[in-house]
Design a protein around this ligand. Structure first.
Ligand code: NAI
Length: 215
């Protein structure tokens, strides 16, 4: 099951959705599912599902379908959900607070170990299970704790400087909510940019063109 080289981005983007759906099936005590049934639930074609899962070596059995738990476990392994990658969050404002409180980092292979901000008025305050740390202590913290992932919830104007500091400290993976395009200046890093506004624009396109999900 180690064919996960050169997988297209669109397949990788669908994996978290498979993982979530299979988790819901597990919660409903459904232990096996055919690709047709899975396709109906997920609004994908059965052949699309087979093609996607074949990229990783295939999981189904002819005439049986998929074993829900095994498939979910395998997709989880591919996604790295059991890795507990040390993660820090920079910017404990509105968005940073919402993510720190509402995102289950552990379920996504990350372990949130530090939260930083430059605003002295909030440094020292509790946030979730952690305490907000002064950004001035970033270097010391990173040398001692060696985080791998950083969540960026800071203004665009300061992001480049923070990313410079973090890459210098060995952080290579960024969940980037700031509107700064990290890839332009920094190489050899892994970035997942999140723009909620883009998602809303996609909805707007659908509304504009009268698309419904079944078309
Ligand atoms: P906010 O102003 O509530 O929080 C920003 C926080 O960053 C503040 O606590 C501030 O003290 C801190 N900060 C500023 N400079 C810093 C530095 N050098 N080091 C450490 N901390 C620093 O803003 P909000 O609403 O939380 O948004 C944060 C960023 O995310 C903004 O750039 C905003 O445009 C962006 N955003 C992006 C969204 C997306 O979908 N990608 C959605 C909403 C906001």
């Amino acid at each position: 099951m180690s064919k996960s080289i050169n997988i297209s981005n669109s397949v990788i983007r669908r994996l978290p959705r498979y993982y979530r759906f299979l988790g819901e099936l597990e919660d409903q005590q459904i232990s096996k599912i055919s690709s047709r049934e899975l396709s109906e639930r997920m609004h994908l074609t059965a052949s699309q599902i087979r093609q996607d899962l074949n990229c990783f070596g295939g999981f189904g059995q002819q005439g049986y379908g998929y074993n829900v738990s095994e498939l979910r476990k395998e997709i989880g392994r591919i996604l790295g959900v059991d890795k507990h990658r040390k993660t820090i969050l920079i910017g404990a404002g509105n968005l940073g607070t919402a993510l720190a409180v509402h995102i289950n980092f552990e379920k996504s292979g990350c372990s949130l170990i530090g939260i930083f901000d430059s605003n002295k008025k909030i440094v020292g305050n509790p946030l979730g299970k952690l305490t907000i740390t002064d950004i001035d202590d970033l270097e010391k913290f990173c040398r001692e704790n060696k985080p791998e992932v950083a969540v960026l919830c800071i203004p665009k104007s300061v992001t480049r400087e923070i990313v410079d500091r973090l890459t210098e400290l060995g952080v290579r993976s960024f969940w980037n909510f700031s509107h700064y395009d990290i890839n332009v200046e920094h190489k050899n890093i892994i970035v997942e940019n999140v723009h909620l506004g883009d998602s809303l624009l996609t909805l707007s396109y659908g509304v504009n063109n009268n698309l419904d999900n079944d078309k």
